[in-house]
Ligand binder design. Sequence first.
Ligand SMILES: *Cc1c(COP(=O)(O)O)cnc(C)c1O
Length: 356
Amino acid sequence: MSLKLFIPGPVDVSQDVLDKLATEQIAHRSKTATELQERISLKLQQLMYTDHTIILSTSSGTGIMEMAVRSCTKKRAAVFSVGAFGNRWFEIAQANNVPSDLFNSDPGMPTTPEMVEEALKTGLYDVVTVTHNETSSGIMNPVYEIGQVIAKYPDVIYLVDTVSSLGGAKVEVDKSNIDICIASTQKCLGLPPGLSVASVSERAIERAKTVEFRGYYLDLLLVVKHVKKNYQYPSTPSTPHMWALDYQLDKIINEEGLENRFDRHAKLAKIVQDWATKHFTLFAHEGYRSNTVTTIMNTRDFSIGDLNKELGKRGYMISNGYGDLKDKAFRIAHMADRTEADLLALLSEIEDIWNL
Ligand SMILES: *Cc1c(COP(=O)(O)O)cnc(C)c1O
């Protein structure tokens, strides 16, 4: 039996979108490929509220994280983390010999504009990385407010991971002063894994021109050069994903509508948060809770493994806590095309299994 996935990626993908993956093959240097990328760019600019250059990467989102931090850091990166994916930026920087420092928040608390300001005042940093929606802890960070601080430091490039929020929560790239905004297809965009997307500012491109040894496959400048020339890529992109993305973006923007889509995610989040508050506690403090995934503290010490086994028999799957929070917490994702009816059905199965 196929499972309804309530995990924070990969998400279920609707059949009409899956069918687009089976589009006939095209030459990646053809006019058709150029037009496909151009259409995707215009739609992603709408979704991201930006005029910046749109790039795709035939890698998961981590690939563009590596591209961004390696290509844009000349001096030192200030990495702000509220969980496992924030820490990943730091691991990537270290692995690439990019000088960096890690700044953590207290458990359940966000990255604050004040923390960022304090770090930038030292003059040590020319890159800031922030996780918009931390999928391990269920915290949503104030990327707009942080962006207002960064605007005061013209030499600082602002890299934001919206991997598990783009398409599920409003991310206004230009207003938030974000230089590179990154997302993967297999989360709120409702597509299979294997492709990632980003917006890239001119400031980020100018910075990369001053950075040596940016690698090859993930060299920001090389990718941008090709995209700007004729909306193509230095190497062969996953054109099947591109067909599906082009189609799904139409559904997101024109069929459902952006505001409706964000409202639906917010509503699903509220349902899970209220349910979790009634039976357990939430990891993220009020005001910083994610619209796309909820991290619930396992205050009753139930077996999450057993729960998932039982849910599996009934056609569902949720996520255990991530990293340090394994078994101490569990996560319910409510992203992409998930509906209220699906979610209520899942919660009542959990109530039944755990006798809540
Ligand atoms: C899933 C996730 C990633 C990693 O994305 P991949 O597409 O698996 O590389 C990074 N950051 C966040 C917040 C995520 O949820």
